[in-house]
Ligand binder design. Structure first.
Ligand code: NAI
Length: 537
């Protein structure tokens, strides 16, 4: 028999960490430099290489190359340097990666499913080389971050999200499958790019689109029974409908709606520890009435009702603004997802006059409209509130409703701020203000870990409630003192373990967990977390 040679599976590769005996067994003696390295030494080289690249997109490509070659090393580097590398593999750099996808593409990763594949999607899933898939992140490229319809270039998002599942929550990388549903794109600039790799056709819609998604969801369950399906970055015209259709049928969630909801509620709870108010006394102004803000609004209404408010009272505390102005009952043809939040109020168009009319305690932006929180809006929030709560959630950084510096400057340093992308600390008049990153990466990895370890059959609203509480409890007094209402990224893994434990507990209580309940759930979950170690020689 000829020697086996280098393993083809990047999860089995160790590169320079192969021992001399392994090199002999594989028949690769002489094909690696003589020195046998530890994974720590390899990580040091990865970091040196990444740090030497001045442009974020080049750092992204550098790490992507490591992932294609040696996945264990990629994850160990990520796990050990989360705070530094998360912005490289995920937001904000992933936005640029998707915009540049056609140019930076080198090696295939993940599965592409198109309308041409109707009737044989299950067969394609069976071709996936790893049989133990437990979580699929699927994107149709319809609304990539705040960047719009990028078609098949959106593949960067499922790949990035799954890297976070592994790095933040220790989900086994062998169990992760990124999927791009390439249904075409309506963005002419993407379609007409000579290097574009996706289908050059207008976006599929209507019954044909729904039938493709249906076949995919059914096939996924057939080939990988019980698999968790995370719907990611679907445009809101599809996202709400698909979530309603599948949430009670299979183990699935929409991170943009539900994950953002739980993350937002956690941030609100943490912010209240600074402002000192009660939840029931808050007035929430949502700028943007899409998946993210409707997700937060929905769970906030549930939380207000738990705090004793009637449904009508709770909804009257949540005003929404979309591209047409205040969402009111008088507006014709209001989209279904906005209707439950429409206010019986005269039309109001601009944000500043709505702030003056409603006098919110919290202003939550998820609109993809950069600079929408002007100095005048921020100053008005600071006039109305001693400690105005400002969330500028839009991603990537170029889409943020305001920068950290603008928010702190315009409010005289009184803003309680969270932003979707990371911002460097801001120094004003000798005082330094940190900003917590409000990102659902605090939530979905833990939800996924719970689904896999407990064998959850469904992901319920109660689980998201528990996830929000677990995340809020992870915000320390020190975090709050430094201005952060979310924990630093360096504590992501502790957060994910806590979220996973809380979610799995609800799963057991609701009878939705298929795995036997361990005596010490928290310890069981922590033990199950992947750490990026090579298999023993
Ligand atoms: P979406 O497309 O569903 O909603 C966008 C909303 O903004 C729509 O209601 C639209 O009418 C509104 N809008 C657009 N122009 C406007 C204007 N000029 N004035 C007022 N409203 C306007 O998008 P989705 O999923 O809600 O995401 C929005 C943003 O939030 C994106 O940038 C996304 O990256 C970000 N996001 C951030 C998260 C985080 O973890 N920080 C999580 C989820 C989303």
């Amino acid at each position: 028999m000829p020697p086996a040679g280098f393993p083809r599976d990047p999860l089995a590769n160790k590169g320079t960490a192969f021992s001399l005996q392994e090199r002999e067994r594989l028949g690769i003696e002489g094909r690696l430099p003589p020195r046998v390295e530890t994974i720590e030494e390899q990580v040091a080289r990865v970091l040196a290489s990444v740090r030497a690249k001045p442009a974020p997109i080049d750092r992204y490509c550098d790490l992507a190359a490591v992932q294609c070659e040696n996945e264990t090393l990629f994850y160990r580097a990520l796990i050990d340097h989360l705070e530094e590398l998360l912005p490289v593999v995920y937001t904000p750099t992933v936005g640029q990666a998707c915009l540049d996808w056609s140019r930076i593409y080198q090696r295939p990763r993940g599965l592409y499913v198109t309308p041409r594949d109707r009737g044989r999607i299950a067969q394609m899933l069976r071709h996936w080389p790893r049989s133990q898939v437990g979580v699929i992140v699927v994107a149709d490229g319809g609304r990539i971050l705040g960047l719009g319809d990028l078609g098949a270039n959106g593949m960067g998002i499922p790949i990035g999200k799954l890297a976070l599942y592994v790095a933040c929550a220790g989900v086994d990388p062998a169990r992760c499958l990124p999927v791009a549903l390439d249904v075409g794109t309506d963005t002419a600039a993407v379609r007409d790019d000579p290097l574009y790799l996706g289908l050059r056709q207008p976006r599929l819609a209507g019954a044909d689109y729904d039938a493709l998604v249906e076949e995919f969801v059914v096939a996924a369950q057939e080939v990988f029974p019980g698999v968790l399906v995370q719907f990611e970055d679907f445009a809101n015209v599809n996202a709400f409908r698909l979530l309603a259709r599948y949430k009670h049928r299979v183990c699935c969630f929409n991170d943009d709606i539900q994950g953002t909801g739980a993350m937002g509620l956690a941030g609100i709870h943490a912010a209240l520890r600074i402002t000192g108010g009660s939840l029931a006394a808050q007035r929430f102004l949502f700028f943007g009435a899409g998946e993210a803000n409707i997700g937060i609004g929905t769970i906030v209404v549930a939380a207000l009702k738990r705090a004793g408010l009637s449904d009508a009272d709770a909804r009257s505390r949540c005003w929404f603004i979309d591209s047409q102005g205040l969402v009111t009952t008088a507006r014709p043809q209001l989209a279904e997802h906005k209707r439950a939040f429409a206010q019986d109020h005269a039309p109001l168009a601009d944000l500043l006059s709505i702030v003056e009319a409603f006098r919110p305690t919290m202003l939550i932006g998820a609109s993809g409209q950069p600079g929408a929180f002007t100095d005048a809006v921020l100053a008005a929030m600071a006039r109305i509130n001693e400690r105005p709560v400002i969330f500028a959630l839009s991603n990537p950084t170029s889409k943020a409703e305001c920068t950290a510096e603008q928010a702190y400057r315009a409010t005289g340093g009184r803003a309680v701020l969270a932003t979707g992308s990371p911002f460097a600390p801001v120094t004003l008049e000798g005082r330094t203000y940190a900003t917590g990153q409000a990102n659902n990466s605090y939530i979905f990895p833990g939800v996924g870990l719970a689904a896999l370890t407990a064998g959850l059959r469904r992901i319920t609203d109660e689980m998201y409630f528990a996830a929000a509480q677990a995340l809020a409890a992870q915000v320390s007094d020190d975090d709050l003192r430094s201005g952060r209402i979310f924990p630093p990224a360096s504590r992501m893994r502790e957060v994910a373990a806590a979220v996973a434990t809380a979610v799995a507990e609800v799963g057991y209580a609701q009878g939705l967990a298929q795995e036997p309940q361990p005596a010490d759930l928290a310890a069981h979950i922590r033990r199950s977390m992947y750490r990026g170690d090579y298999a023993p020689p």
